[in-house]
Design a protein around this ligand. Structure first.
Ligand code: 0L1
Ligand code: MG
Length: 256
């Protein structure tokens, strides 16, 4: 099995916004480790074309989300500079069936690496935390995928935006930060940071541990999206979505 060939195929579908059937239908026997290697190869090819890796994302960090896609572990993906949005407009160009979810982002000033990283290490390595909204977009038809498929597809990463205001990591209890998501003025989701593995800091700890399997690390300056606080919400042309974070402001996206 040529993992690079699979990576290039998936990268093509990500860039062309073309759906495909899950790869595990054609490639029997792919392991989760192979899927992370496919993810790395795909992202490396984009970096060779000029993009820059700016961080990591954690996905499937709530029991509800794991159950809804039939897996029992969190996953990670790679974030590129080209994925970050700066304004309030979410263009549907290059997206297939996007959904949006509110998250807490951590930005790092020190490197975090290894299986012995603790929550205390994460706090000491964190420069700031910021509200964020992630746009996820599985490239698989009907969102039909296994753990291996979704990992290879860079954990459905598509775009993300962070709030203008950063906060001290010590300012608020992030597990108690409530979030209200509105779509076209109507409340569609509510939850608090505890939905992310009990506390978003635990998501960073788990990420550092998972990355150590391949000798990777959270590098200084990187951003980490810790995982959806609520279920992801489908968005369509003309929608306006707002995620309001207790005491931490709100993020609005106008879908065009
Ligand atoms: O950010 C995430 O939780 C990624 C979830 C991947 C599965 C999906 O596309 O729903
Ligand atoms: Mg997410």
């Amino acid at each position: 099995m040529d993992l690079n060939e699979i990576a290039q195929e998936l990268t093509h579908h990500q860039q062309a916004a073309e759906e495909l059937e899950k790869i595990t239908l054609r490639y029997d026997g792919l392991a989760v480790e192979d899927a992370y290697e496919i993810q790395r190869l795909g992202i490396d090819s984009l970096i060779q074309q000029g993009d820059v890796m700016t961080g990591w994302k954690m996905g499937l960090t709530s029991k509800a989300k794991q159950q809804s896609v039939g897996v029992d572990e969190a996953i990670y993906g790679r974030l590129l500079r080209s994925m970050e949005m700066t304004g309030e407009e979410l263009s549907l160009d290059g997206l297939i069936h996007p959904r949006v979810e509110p998250e807490i982002a951590f930005v790092f000033k020190h490197r975090l690496e290894g299986t012995d990283v603790t929550a205390r290490d994460v706090w000491l390595a964190t420069e700031c935390v910021m509200p964020a909204v992630e746009v996820i977009d599985s490239r698989y038809k009907n969102f039909s995928f296994t753990l291996v498929d979704v990992v290879a597809d860079n954990a459905s990463s598509a775009k993300f935006v962070v709030a203008n205001q950063a906060y001290s990591p010590y300012q608020y209890r992030l597990d108690e930060v409530g979030v209200v998501m509105r779509k076209n003025g109507e409340v569609v989701q509510t939850a608090s940071g505890a939905a992310v593995l009990g506390h978003p800091v635990k998501s960073v700890v788990e990420l550092a541990h998972m990355l150590s399997r391949t000798g990777d690390a959270i590098e200084p300056g990187m951003i980490v999206l810790t995982g959806g606080i609520t279920e992801a919400v489908h968005v369509y042309e003309g929608d306006t979505v707002t995620a309001a974070f207790d005491n931490m402001g709100e993020i609005t996206l106008n879908v065009r």
